[in-house]
Design a binder for this molecule. Structure first.
Ligand code: SAM
Length: 322
């Protein structure tokens, strides 16, 4: 935990020294965290039957994937992320907000929390409000970060919202449409009623290490759009064959009839022409015709909590057939 506090303080220090943390190219051990999902999670999860499904493995990121799975009745959720700060944000702050707030309070809380006009005092008090709902480790982290940020910015003429420094995608706000746990008030209330009973674990792991580390099998595996960043491992212009070799390693983690959501394709399908961007995943050479063993589903792209007119998202998935 001390390392996470030090790393977060360093992100704040660098920001105020004018060295804004570099934009996303390669994710790393301690990095800014996605505040909210960029994916239409409810768009794809709602296409599947969750009856008698018990185990899921997902990237943690903003926590929205894990909370959506929990709201659909999955009791055991294993999360991983290369970025260790995701745990403090998703399982610390966001999870405690679910415990603390009703549906409308939750939505308003994050709207105010991410608002650039929210004062330093209000923002600090809002985080402190959640301390009674946090596990000790997360409470200590947020206590130290809020104190540090408060002292750092107290005499600034225009304090900067902490979450604009520590997170990506705060501007989008929390989307009801994208998230299964927010799509209806009933679903959120269900999640709230079980949040303390479900088993959500976190491991700081690189995606390609998962088949080496985990022994269990899962009904669902969610890899988000990590494939957009794997040129770090596979080199630029990587091919479908090299990608496929990695995906095959995940089969041992799937139950019979289990599904692996291999790659989320954000805004890659042109609605009007009914065509996909080539390559399918940047910066690979992957084409739609490469997908012979996988399925591809097309989903509405959501922007500002509305369906976007010109582009769709898509998802590559594979089922382990019995
Ligand atoms: C790919 S990002 C993009 C946001 C995503 N579309 C969402 O809706 O949350 C999601 C997460 O993947 C993590 N990530 C990126 N590369 C990774 C890797 N090689 N192994 C594990 N996690 C990784 C990032 O740290 C980030 O938290």
């Amino acid at each position: 935990m001390e390392d996470a506090v030090l790393a977060t303080k360093q992100i704040l220090d660098l920001y105020f020294k004018g060295l804004k943390i570099r934009s996303i190219d390669i994710f790393k051990e301690y990095d800014k965290v996605y505040a909210t999902t960029t994916e239409n999670i409810n768009g794809y999860l709602s296409k599947f039957d969750f009856t008698n499904k018990t185990d899921a493995l997902t990237v943690l990121a903003s926590g929205d994937q894990a909370f959506s799975l929990a709201s659909l009745g999955i009791p055991n959720i294993t999360t991983f992320d290369i970025n260790k700060l995701t745990e403090y944000y998703a399982l610390g702050l966001k999870r405690s907000a679910i415990c603390a707030f009703t549906y409308s309070e939750y939505l308003t809380y994050f709207q105010v929390l991410f608002d650039p006009n929210t004062s330093l005092r209000t923002l600090t008090d809002m985080i402190r409000h959640l301390f009674p709902y946090m596990e000790p480790k997360y409470k200590t982290y947020w206590q130290q970060i809020t104190d540090y940020n408060y002292k750092l910015q107290l005499y600034r003429k225009n304090p900067i919202n902490l979450f604009h420094i520590l997170n990506y995608s705060t501007a989008h706000g929390i989307s009801k449409l994208k998230n299964s746990y927010l799509i209806t008030e009933e679903r959120y209330n269900y999640l709230r009623s079980i949040i303390n009973k479900i088993n959500i674990t976190f491991d700081p792991l690189d995606v390609f290490d998962l088949p080496n580390v985990y022994e269990k099998t899962y009904d669902f595996i969610l890899l988000s759009n990590i494939a957009d960043y794997i040129d770090f491992y596979l080199g630029p212009n990587w091919t479908y064959e090299s990608f496929r070799k990695e995906i095959v390693r995940f089969h041992k983690l799937l139950k019979q009839d289990g599904i692996i959501f291999i790659a989320y394709l954000l805004g890659r399908h042109k609605k009007v022409e009914d065509t996909f961007d080539t390559p399918l995943i940047y910066p690979s050479l992957m084409k739609i015709s490469d997908l012979t063993q996988e399925e591809l589903i097309i989903l509405p792209h959501i922007e500002n909590d509305r369906e976007f007119k010109l582009l769709d998202d898509a998802l590559i998935l594979e089922r382990k057939l019995s």
